[in-house]
Design a protein around this ligand. Sequence first.
Ligand code: DAK
Length: 255
Amino acid sequence: MNYNILKIDIADKIAVVTIDRPEALNALNSEFFKEMDDIIANISADKDVRVMIITGMGKAFVAGADIAEMIDMTPEQGTSFSKLGQNVFRSLEKMEIPVIAAINGFALGGGLELAMGCDFRIASSKAKFGQPEVNLGMIPGYAGTQRLSRLVGLADALYMLTTGEMIGAQDALRIGLVQKVVEPEQLMDEIKKIAGTIASKGPTAVRKVKYVTRKGILSTFDEGCDLESEYFGSQFKAEGEVGMRAFLEKRKPDW
Ligand code: DAK
């Protein structure tokens, strides 16, 4: 798989996708969305890959949508560029395997929206987060208004969305925007460790737990519980038997 902007490295059942356009702080242009769409399809088809990590090259994770590309858009083009980004980030959520954002630096605008399309986020202590669209007279276009409030609550989301202020990694941790903060030089090792832990679990169980949890949050509680019962039951003759037998025989399961 060869791409211009994205680099992909697959090892030990973990795919690391690096956005490699540091001269523009990895700003998201249409080529990025084409490549990311293709990578999502390819990784989804590779049943050996159990976790995907997305990170950025240089001092930014992603400093936003590419302002230079957006400036001349008509309202109609803006709406369809917004839909394109929303669809690609939604596809990340719909991937069967967990997707982790490794936030190495600035995660601004479209960059924070990309990170929020991932299942969870681990940040370098130097990372900075913001939805600065209002500084440009714009609003987020890749579902940032919808995901931020769901992740951190209405008041913290509206604080970030209306002030356009950047917050640091510790504040992002405090409001639940990221799940862990580590020193910059430890970021990839730590994330690969977490990804390795996930990759060692029952692969079908991990996929199903992501599906049921994500589906449940968009359903009623009772609908979510019905789905959980169905998937819980279906695991017995899938990996459940292997995992429970291994536990009783005091050995590691061979999935
Ligand atoms: N787009 C294009 N280029 C960017 C960029 C961006 N978002 N961010 C940085 N760059 C470029 C800079 O122009 C500069 O290029 P050269 O001048 O070297 O050619 C290079 O990256 C290095 O940036 P700086 O020189 O500015 O680096 P500093 O360390 O001094 O500052 C910074 C870093 C992150 C504080 C600063 O670059 C900055 O404020 N960048 C802009 C951040 C920002 O406002 N991001 C949000 C973008 S708006 C929509 C869809 C989506 C969205 C909106 C609408 N529709 C479809 C309608 C979402 C919008 C956004 O994401």
